[in-house]
Design a protein around this ligand. Structure first.
Ligand SMILES: [Zn+2]
Length: 208
């Protein structure tokens, strides 16, 4: 069964297997993820002192763009208006130059629920791929890579409303094929203590 093969690829990959031609699991971002999920703009007062020109209060705006709790862009501007007008540049910089390695490394470690700043604790293979409006559904083919997302304990429950990001579209990867059942789709993973997708560590007993 093709779905069994996809699950086996996930397990092999988590255990460190390399896939030279095809089949390497592919991280499927949540459709509502943002480059930055928290942006703050503050007016910062400072008291300037000078023997020559005198003392006075001066004001600058300071912008911080965070992604999952970590600052990836920050700059000062003359005032709030200038700060806001420069803000699109922070997004365009990402779009034009590609995502920085530091951002991608951070993404690999974190839960995929948009704006969550906790490390993931469980990996879930997606049974099918849907378009953003959920009208298109793609079945796996032999040469496909299994798609996966990862969530923390707080966000591992995805609900039963949607099609793409819903409990019924995920198989949790936890063990080996001997424990695998397609429905409800939990794969146990014993004694696993390896780096997954760039740095986080799964340990035995994580998740339900
Ligand atoms: Zn989370």
């Amino acid at each position: 069964m093709l779905m069994d093969a996809m699950v086996q690829r996930m397990i092999d990959w988590v255990k460190g297997k390399k896939f030279p031609y095809f089949g390497t699991p592919y991280h499927q971002r949540h459709p509502e993820q943002e480059i930055f999920d928290e942006i703050t703009i503050k007016l910062i007062p400072r008291y300037k002192t000078s023997y020559m020109s005198g003392d006075e209060w001066r004001f600058n705006s300071y912008v911080e763009c965070k992604y999952r709790g970590k600052v990836f862009r920050h700059f000062t501007a003359r005032d709030m208006k200038n700060a806001i007008m420069r803000l699109p540049g922070a997004f365009l910089d990402f779009d034009g130059n590609g995502f920085p390695d530091e951002w991608l490394d951070h993404e690999k470690k974190m839960c995929d629920n948009p704006a969550c700043s906790k490390p993931y604790t469980s990996i879930f293979m997606m049974k099918k791929q849907f378009s953003d409006n959920c009208f298109f559904e793609k079945e796996y083919e032999e040469r496909d890579s299994p798609l996966y997302r990862k969530f923390c304990d707080e966000h591992r429950e995805r609900g039963d409303c949607g099609l793409d990001d819903t409990d019924s579209n995920y198989i949790e990867i936890k063990d080996d094929m001997s424990h695998y059942e397609f429905n409800p789709g939990v794969v146990e993973m014993k004694n696993l203590n390896v780096c997954v997708a760039g740095g986080s560590v799964l340990s035995t007993g994580v998740g339900k």
